[in-house]
Ligand binder design. Structure first.
Ligand code: SAH
Ligand code: SF4
Ligand code: F3S
Length: 469
């Protein structure tokens, strides 16, 4: 058994990152034959992409996918630790699975993803959830075939989670959820250690993939007909800093743009590592989408300092202004309210920043204490009802700007990548503008996967309606 450990998870050495290649034992390829798996994914795009790897590995083992949990022989939860409600959802699902297991003794249940990297969670699984068959973390995702094989063969709980800085593993198979848009990892882990955040503990050291491997993947996707790639990382702007080839995010963006893939997106950008050259590259290439997610977290420099964000309000605004100068640039953000010590004045600074920036979109959160992070120890906790009230006041301001941002697009024509049939059923198709706004419109099914011109006819807070031109 390997157990994670908060102290080890915090360690960052100067050791070079090891690049490994995925391997699967021949015997593991028989383990799932005739069995079905059900995979539930929580959390961010990184987890969604990990799940695309998980599906492919399980299918190599012979398992087939089912969307009905009642039908499954193996249930795997790919979990998220970011806020308490993410934990609660996973524990709620485990509760349901316990009941299922009472009547279906052979059911195999496993936990992976960020929660599995948490010392506290693993201790809970070991003591209160002894019936969970196995757990593995984000650092040894590629060992899934081995870990599941062992859990099944030995028929006892197999916990295999390592708290280490992590390797880069190439050639893990992938079963992509879309044939139009694809995620491409460019950097794993995070070394920023914002004081509220669990990610540096659950995802390990910041480590970049070699650009040759990334470009190879993008070229293959392009050849397969993919229309869009999203370059993924907790902080994509730090790309390359851990390698010694003098090749950074600017260079990578430029080379990915030169592959000619029609659309390129990237998330997430920490303001700290945003360079002027990166802004020039974004502006220069039409296939780099004019959409940047630039989390600010707070509008108070005092709180930003407590959060360990490494920029002031003024520095954020100066970067924001430079980006806004790019025509049609869409800027979204993340904000946390109720961080320990946040006063009414601090919060009003956040409101003032929101009013200045008029963000095109945003995710707003109530501060959630994460075990093992420094923010847990900060004094002056904000009462729940104050946090709630601040969130509502902030959302009221922000939503108005999302609507205004959409109204500016009225009666204009835009390129839209049609990514599917509209789920609401009110129109037949939906897709995204270059600036990442969602639009619904009518059109024939053959347009799915194509880039078409659509005129905006109606603006709502969260989406647009349009008409095919
Ligand atoms: N790497 C990204 C953020 C990843 S987490 C970045 O640095 O921008 C996504 C968002 O969740 C964060 O931007 C933050 O707003 C929010 N978040 C992270 N930890 C949180 C916590 N403990 N409580 C509330 N929100 C949190
Ligand atoms: Fe968390 Fe900060 Fe890293 Fe983002 S940059 S993942 S908020 S520690
Ligand atoms: Fe959640 Fe882990 Fe992503 S904590 S937000 S799934 S990196």
């Amino acid at each position: 058994m390997n157990k994670p450990n908060y102290q080890e998870a915090r360690v960052r050495t100067k050791n070079k990152v090891n690049v490994r290649h995925y391997e699967i034992e021949e015997s593991a390829k028989q383990v799932g034959i005739g069995k079905k798996y059900y995979l539930r994914t929580y959390g961010c795009q990184m987890n969604e992409h990990d799940s695309e790897n998980i599906c492919a590995m399980l299918e190599q083992m012979g398992f087939t996918e089912t969307n009905d949990v009642k039908d499954a022989d193996l249930v795997l939860l790919n979990t998220c630790s970011i806020r308490e409600n993410a934990h609660n959802k996973a524990y709620g699902m485990l509760g349901r699975l316990k009941h299922m297991k009472a009547t279906k003794k052979d059911l195999i249940v496993g936990l992976c993803g960020c929660m599995a990297q948490e010392e506290g969670v693993v201790n809970t699984i070991l003591t209160k959830y002894k019936w969970v068959n196995f757990a593995f973390g984000t650092h040894n995702l590629d060992k899934l075939p081995e870990i599941i094989t062992k859990a099944i063969e030995e028929n006892k709980q197999n916990i295999d989670v390592v708290s280490e800085e992590g390797d880069v593993v190439e050639d893990i198979p992938v079963k992509r959820a879309s044939t139009i848009k694809a995620y491409v990892n460019i950097i794993y882990g995070c070394d920023k250690f914002c004081t509220y955040c669990i990610v540096p503990y659950t995802r390990g050291k910041q480590r970049s993939r070699r650009h040759q491997d990334i470009l190879k993947e993008v070229n293959e996707l392009k050849d397969e007909g993919y229309q869009e790639v999203t370059l993924l990382g907790q902080n994509v702007n730090a790309y390359g800093k851990d390698l010694d080839d003098n090749y950074g995010m600017e260079d990578l963006l430029e080379d990915v743009a030169k592959t000619g893939i029609p659309r390129i997106r990237f998330v997430t950008s920490h303001p700290w590592d945003f360079t002027d050259r990166m802004i020039e590259v974004i502006a220069k290439y039409p296939n780099i989408m004019k959409s940047v997610h630039l989390p600010v977290q707070s509008g108070s420099s005092r709180i930003l300092k407590l959060m360990g964000r490494r920029y002031t309000k003024e520095e954020y605004i100066s970067l924001f202004d430079k980006l806004r100068k790019i025509p049609n640039m869409h800027i979204s953000t993340d904000i946390i309210v109720g961080f320990p010590g946040e006063t009414e004045e601090d919060f009003e600074e956040t409101l003032a920043l929101a009013k200045y920036c008029k963000f095109d979109n945003a995710y707003t959160f109530i501060f959630s204490e994460r075990e093992g992070t420094p923010a847990c120890k900060l004094p002056n906790k904000v009462p729940e009802e104050v946090k709630e009230e601040r969130l509502q006041r902030l959302n009221a301001v922000m939503n108005q700007y999302f609507l205004e941002s959409n109204q500016k697009l009225l009666d204009k024509e835009f390129n839209v990548l049609v990514d599917g049939k509209n789920e609401t059923g009110k129109t037949s198709l939906s897709g995204y503008l270059e600036n990442n706004k969602l639009i619904n419109f009518d059109g024939p099914d053959e347009l799915v996967g194509k880039i078409v011109k659509v005129k905006v006819t109606e603006a709502k807070t969260w989406s647009l309606n349009g008409k095919l031109v």
